[in-house]
Ligand binder design. Structure first.
Ligand code: ATP
Length: 305
């Protein structure tokens, strides 16, 4: 597969602290690739490295097939637009002038498509209003427009939905989908909220304590999320030994609620419950949440599951 960005065994230390412990990732062209990890997992550090803001201790990465150790990477960096930590916008300039300045910095001489770019990020009609007076969401969207000025193949966004209100999150999601669909820009986006990324990502990598726990496509993720049935019964305590004997995987919520993860028919559940003197009040689908799936992966790494 054609990868816009390939990361091979990247390591990074801060003093004695191993922040990245050999991270390898391939970002396929056209993907919206979600990098998911809790606070402190190493997402920003990895993004700082691939955007050239920090040097790895060891390991390599290539952008469009050019290795970071090759001098040609300096030109190829133009193939990458990014927002790391906060958007680089000039507070005293309007949205139009921020973009124009970036065009000038990139040596572009025609400003004809600036209105189109403003429209793409939903900032048309902001006129002379200075970016310093923008809401956080508007600043983020302007940052994205600035990052898109050089028509990059890949956009690297570090937690772009952090701090946005629900309306701002929806707007950001729609804009990123448009950028991906209309401009065919590959997007690498980090977040600690898997549920939010799941509305746009085509691929995922889960990172924890500087290590990639798993990479998979959204289709694979959806098929892996554990299917569960929630039982409402008169006693979970009496049912547990029966399920243990039958090898049925379960999780107890409280005295009367439990989830079972095995593929068991409703009639078998009722029969087993009856044999234990337990009444089944209801059985309903209660599939594992994406957040639950991720936390389960993390728990397995920590050896507590
Ligand atoms: P967050 O969402 O909180 O930013 P993150 O996944 O982006 O989390 P990083 O910012 O990459 O994580 O940080 C990873 C770890 O490295 C954290 O424990 C952080 O404290 C530490 N760290 C980051 N930058 C430095 C630095 N310059 N010096 C020392 N430690 C650092």
């Amino acid at each position: 597969m054609d990868n816009v960005l390939s990361i091979k065994d990247i390591r990074k230390d801060y003093g004695k602290f191993h922040v990245l412990k050999g991270v390898s990732l391939d970002i396929p062209r056209g993907a919206i690739f979600g990098l998911v990890g809790r606070n402190g997992a190493g997402k920003t550090t990895l993004m700082r490295i691939i955007t050239g803001l920090a040097e790895p201790k060891s390991g390599t990465y290539s952008i469009g097939g050019i290795l970071n150790t090759d001098r040609k990477i300096l030109n190829n960096r133009r193939r990458m637009g990014s927002i790391i930590e906060s958007p680089a916008v000039y507070r005293n300039l309007s949205a139009y002038d921020n973009i124009k300045l970036q065009y000038i910095n990139l040596g572009m001489t025609s400003f004809d498509d600036i209105p189109e770019l403003l429209e793409l990020v939903d900032l048309q009609g902001t006129g002379k209003k200075k970016a310093g007076k923008f809401s956080l969401g508007m600043k983020q969207r302007l940052g994205i427009a600035v990052a898109l000025c050089g028509k990059p193949d890949i956009l690297v966004l570090d937690e772009p939905i952090n701090g946005l209100d629900p309306q701002g999150i929806i707007q950001m999601r729609e804009i990123l989908l448009r950028i991906n669909h209309e401009r065919h820009t590959t997007i690498l986006i980090s977040s600690h909220i898997l549920e939010e990324l799941s509305k746009l990502a085509t691929h995922y990598a889960f990172i924890e304590k500087g290590e990639i726990l798993q990479t998979l496509s959204s289709v694979e993720l959806m098929s892996k999320v554990r299917k569960a049935s929630r039982l409402h019964v008169t006693s979970t305590e009496l049912l547990c030994p029966v399920f243990d004997r039958e090898g049925i995987e379960y999780k107890v919520e409280d005295d009367s609620l439990m989830d079972i993860f095995s593929d068991v028919t409703a009639s078998k559940i009722v029969n087993l419950a009856t044999s234990a003197g337990v009444e089944v009040i209801s059985i309903a689908d209660n599939n594992e949440s994406l957040e639950g799936y991720f936390m389960n992966l993390v728990a397995k790494k920590d050896g507590i599951s």
